[in-house]
Design a protein around this ligand. Structure first.
Ligand code: HEC
Ligand code: HEC
Ligand code: HEC
Length: 186
């Protein structure tokens, strides 16, 4: 009689642990921001004059071309000088600053992510699959609390530093003016 009871409680404890693991894991993967690509950011809010044309401004700047730049003759020449084993577009040594979220595990990306988008919104503002919700986006405090980033110089110098084979001096106040894309005044 006693033995049977023990067996039952061991079994139910086991079941309990399984369920616990299942639910914590599920809510964890739902609450984890993933990289989802610039089109999603645009679709939710950031396209068109009324919103501040963030997508259009980004597309007109070099960050959006950073992956394609690695396919140019200039990049290939640089790659040769550095004795890369593969083309720059396939080399970690170049991709780590020329695309968004390079080298992270697959679970950090949604199916919409495209490496070809180069240095996209989420390189600077953080991966956004969670904070993209309108109710979060409407409120800067909530945006920041859900992993969104309003980038400062520290974010830029992760890439704009002397490890870059074509490094040019980076003066934040000057450089940021070239890429600004503020929300329109209300
Ligand atoms: C993930 C890496 C990365 C981050 C983060 C990053 N950049 Fe860049 N940036 C690049 C690369 C790579 C290029 C060169 C792209 C090309 O020429 O194809 C570039 C180019 C630029 C240019 C030249 C753009 C143009 O159109 O003339 C400016 C200005 C610039 N970055 C400013 C910034 C500022 C300001 C920040 C921070 C708010 C920043 N970058 C953050 C990688 C990065
Ligand atoms: C190279 C880095 C970089 C990239 C790429 C980038 N941003 Fe930004 N973004 C910034 C910086 C820097 C600011 C100014 C932050 C501040 O106001 O403190 C900013 C500000 C903004 C703002 C205004 C935020 C506010 O509350 O005033 C919006 C909206 C925005 N970005 C959306 C986007 C979208 C959408 C994309 C892609 C299409 C994008 N950004 C790409 C660096 C970047
Ligand atoms: C540490 C980050 C970083 C790495 C690593 C990196 N780049 Fe870049 N790359 C940049 C940035 C930032 C720029 C924008 C110019 C600048 O200020 O350095 C850039 C610009 C370029 C340009 C445009 C040239 C120019 O003068 O604007 C080429 C071509 C290029 N990179 C090729 C490569 C190749 C090839 C590799 C790999 C061997 C590589 N990059 C590795 C950050 C990096």
């Amino acid at each position: 009689m006693k033995k049977k009871y023990l067996k039952f409680s061991v079994f139910s404890f086991f079941l309990f642990v399984c369920l616990l693991l299942y639910f914590t894991n599920r809510s964890y993967s739902q609450s984890k921001n993933k990289y989802m690509g610039a089109d999603k950011c645009a679709k939710v809010c950031h396209k068109g004059k009324k919103k501040g044309s963030q997508l259009e401004i980004w597309k007109s700047k070099k960050h959006s071309q950073a992956y394609h730049t690695l396919g140019t003759e200039a990049a290939k020449k640089l790659g040769k000088e550095l004795n890369l084993k593969e083309e720059p577009q396939k080399s970690k040594e170049c991709l780590k600053c020329h695309v968004t979220g390079y080298g992270l595990e697959e679970s950090n990306f949604t199916k919409d992510y495209k490496m070809e988008e180069g240095v996209s919104c989420e390189s600077c503002h953080g991966p956004g699959s969670v904070y993209k919700k309108l109710s979060i986006m409407k409120d800067t405090k909530k945006f920041l609390a859900n992993g969104g980033v309003l980038p400062d110089e520290k974010v830029c110098v992760k890439c704009h530093n002397e490890e870059s084979p074509s490094y040019k001096e980076f003066v934040f106040d000057e450089k940021v003016k070239i890429i600004v894309h503020p929300k329109p005044e209300k």
